[in-house]
Design a protein around this ligand. Sequence first.
Ligand code: 5GP
Ligand code: ZN
Length: 114
Amino acid sequence: MQDCLFCKIVKREIPADIVFEDDEVLAFNDINPQAPTHILVIPKRHIATLNDIEEPDQALVGKLPRVAARLAAERGFADAGYRVVMNCNDQGGQTVYHVHMHLMGGRRFTWPAG
Ligand code: 5GP
Ligand code: ZN
């Protein structure tokens, strides 16, 4: 996806503070953090929204919460707790149309969110 911001981060065409990478998944700090830790965990392959996940993508997308949990453990807040969020489309608050999981930790979150 030529014009996708997160694909450009995957290709190193735009800089990002990368905290995890393997062959399928990339994680980097959010540019506008909403918590002491705010990391975006993405599949390297372009998938626009949650609505576009197809059956063969399931294992790949399933890696996102596992990477998030590992990053939370590394940062010492896995047991205290944290929040993961995936926004879908306009009313869901999605602004970057490449599937991503927000990992936020280091403070208390309330529910329901606004
Ligand atoms: P969404 O609103 O789509 O769920 O989340 C998109 C996230 O991407 C936002 O939290 C926003 O701060 C973050 N973001 C937008 N542009 C950039 C960027 O260029 N670099 C990084 N690291 N994060 C970005
Ligand atoms: Zn993309």
